[in-house]
Ligand binder design. Structure first.
Ligand code: RIB
Length: 302
């Protein structure tokens, strides 16, 4: 069982030829509303990858709430600990350019009212506790503290300063290249290369650290050794949610008891496949699709 404490939102998605620069207005034909939010996306990715999942978060009492919850409900994710608050459901404007690159602004809304105490409603803790930083960081630090025996995974996105005590209590930290640089600055690692940052974080805080590198795949440091895995060479149509698909599939494999290299391979396939489809949630692959491409991903250890 994976428990995800995190954000949920409705994405307002616009596809543009180029992303607007500061002060620039760009035109596009249309837009669409699609379920999103890093917490919800990761919960769905873990579920589609084969895990039992419970989601803990907050929505409003508006129409956006039902739309944002649609895919989680349909996938059979436990939603008993989702609070219906008076704040509006979170909403993100997501602009995607012709190369699949994106620019996102998140209006947090109800996500800022999510509290770690909501997890008490779950009863027993799951095997894996998965967190991100789109709810108040303090609530995440509390959840880590009260997480019991669960394997604790933090996707530090978007980056916010992480206290050393929280890092020491984590089992797995997942960041992208930019977040890795901020982590390195935040904790004075004096490193700039992703693999060196992963190693510094892993050694200082006694955890597994994974740095995702977009089209380049991911590097990580785990149990005293380095791992590098390339992404699948697919045409990226939309990179929104690729990191979430990676994180969710990694946790699903972890909850299944697999060792790090296999978790990484499953995560790479899930993240890569998601880029081949538009939207954060539509393209998240199921376990069968992940199995089908698993042999295409080789992990180099060093
Ligand atoms: O990681 C992608 C997600 O970030 C989008 O779904 C959007 O809601 C933002 O939270």
């Amino acid at each position: 069982m994976i428990d995800v404490l995190g954000s949920i939102a409705l994405d307002l998605v616009m596809t543009c030829t180029t992303l607007p620069r500061v002060g620039e207005t760009v035109l596009t034909d249309s837009y669409r509303l699609a379920p999103g939010g890093k917490g919800a996306n990761q919960a769905l990715a873990a579920r589609r990858a084969g895990a039992e999942v419970r989601f803990v978060g907050s929505v409003g009492q508006d129409d956006f709430a039902n739309r944002a919850l649609t895919n989680l409900e349909a996938a059979g994710i436990g939603l008993d600990c989702v609070a219906r608050t008076l704040a509006p459901t979170g909403c993100a404007t997501v602009c995607v350019d012709a190369y699949g690159e994106n620019q996102i602004v998140v209006a947090s809304g109800a996500n800022l009212l999510t509290r770690a105490e909501q997890m008490a409603g779950l009863g027993d803790a799951g095997d894996v506790l998965l967190l991100q930083l789109e709810i108040s960081p303090e609530q995440n630090w509390q959840a880590i503290e009260f997480g019991g025996q669960a394997v604790k995974v933090l996707n530090a996105a978007p980056y916010a300063p992480i206290p050393a005590a929280a890092l020491s209590a984590l089992d797995v930290l997942i960041v992208n290249e930019l977040e890795a640089e901020m982590l390195s600055e935040n904790h004075g690692f004096g490193e700039t290369a992703p693999v060196a940052i992963a190693r510094a974080a892993a050694e200082r805080f006694g955890l597994t650290c994974i740095v995702t590198l977009g089209a380049e795949g991911a590097v990580s440091w785990h149990a005293g050794g380095g791992y590098r895995a390339p992404a699948l060479p697919l045409d990226a149509k939309d990179t929104v949610g690729a990191g979430d698909a990676f994180v969710g599939a990694y946790c699903a494999a972890l909850a299944d008891g697999h060792e790090h290299a296999l978790c990484l391979r499953r995560a790479i396939v899930s993240g890569s496949l998601t880029c081949a489809f538009p939207g954060a949630q539509e393209g998240i692959p199921d376990a069968l699709s992940i199995d089908g491409l698993l042999d295409e991903v080789a992990v180099e250890t060093f």
